[in-house]
Design a binder for this molecule. Sequence first.
Ligand SMILES: Cc1cc2nc3c(=O)[nH]c(=O)nc-3n(C[C@H](O)[C@H](O)[C@H](O)COP(=O)(O)OP(=O)(O)OC[C@H]3O[C@@H](n4cnc5c(N)ncnc54)[C@H](O)[C@@H]3O)c2cc1C
Length: 405
Amino acid sequence: MQEWRKGKRVAIVGAGPGGVSAALELIAQGFDVRIFEKTPEPRPLGGAVLLSTPVLAIMRKHGVDIETLGSRTRTLFCNHKGKIRADLPWNASVEAALGIPGWHYGMLRSNAFGRMMERLPKGVIFGAKQATGYSEARDDITVHFADGTSETADLLIGADGINSPIAQQAFGDPGTFHIGLRVTLAWCEDFGGIDRTVGKICHSRDVQASYFPMLHDGKPGWEWWVVERSTGEDEVIPDLKAHLKAHVATFADPIPRFADHTDFETQAFRWEIRNKPLMTTWCKGRVACVGDAVHPVSPYAAYGMGMAIEDGYFLARALSGQDLSQLSQIRSACKTYEAERVAYVNHHVGFARTLGDRFHKAPAPLAWLRDMVFDHTPLLQRLLSKDYLQDSETMSLHLKELHVT
Ligand SMILES: Cc1cc2nc3c(=O)[nH]c(=O)nc-3n(C[C@H](O)[C@H](O)[C@H](O)COP(=O)(O)OP(=O)(O)OC[C@H]3O[C@@H](n4cnc5c(N)ncnc54)[C@H](O)[C@@H]3O)c2cc1C
């Protein structure tokens, strides 16, 4: 059991990437941290993930060995026949400052999450603790659990995902909604003959099929996924493999080949994508939230896990040196955290949603026009550079403590 000293007590609800990232940085700064997780053993969502350079720099600060974690890739956007529409550039000064080449790295989620979990001291995580809500007093805050127990702390962090009861109590229920899209996320062993230096995000008229090189337990593999329209959770797909093969049949090689190398029992995960309205406040009193609890990201920007890890880090950084028994000090740290994160994250979330709508929901004549413009002008390249990369670069350069030079 770790220490639990007044003025330093932080209770975190949810042992996902956001909660664990916050915990690691808070512990590094001398706070007493307890994480309460509803499942008996914290487990990452299945499948693979793409993480970007600033996220890797934060994980390195957490003590994670990032050298052998993922497979570096250049990201290309293509049409379904393989014509390149955009080649994501990356900023040489950011590479030099962070000492990490490239931009996207593909890896198994369980590897990324597992390596962060290994850095947590023993006794920090309490499993099978489902939070149901909290009660806040002037000097402290008490989180309540479904088993009838409770814990009193100075600060409560809601890192409990898209259906967060902590965020709902603090800010009201904004209502989650199905966005009309589903993604099937899959991975497989490397089967040779494919260029491992690039990953491609490819679009037909209304389907996205993409693939990236990744590492799983240090071994080469491929992550691949398909985004398509969906009518909701109830839609029955009797044979997922046949369904996906039909969807990607017209895509350029190697996309149609991945399904035959994938074990659909253990390596494919179907997700119906839910979301909720953008929130402009993530903190209230002695409560602060991170990750999907306040901004679920449609997987379009390949950034939700990364954002959650960043949030946890930024929140802990803002709390550095504060006496948490003083509400005024929590408020001031939260103000810094919100100023650094809310507009930035909401911009990315909004951009991911817009991209999803543009690529999957445009009516036929507009979709035709979109494809003509993306195929024959640099518009997509400009949009991605301006709306996706530019402020990430600024943020990376601003985080001087993560720089290697
Ligand atoms: C198909 C798909 C593909 C994705 N691809 C990518 C990608 O390539 N790159 C990327 O960066 N992101 C990706 N994401 C997004 C990413 O997985 C999420 O944004 C990220 O997991 C959010 O982290 P989090 O810590 O906020 O929440 P979560 O990961 O949801 O963790 C919340 C934790 O809280 C626990 N919990 C929930 N309720 C309670 C309670 N009441 N009491 C106690 N514990 C509770 C849960 O069990 C869980 O452990 C993808 C998501 C999906 C669905």
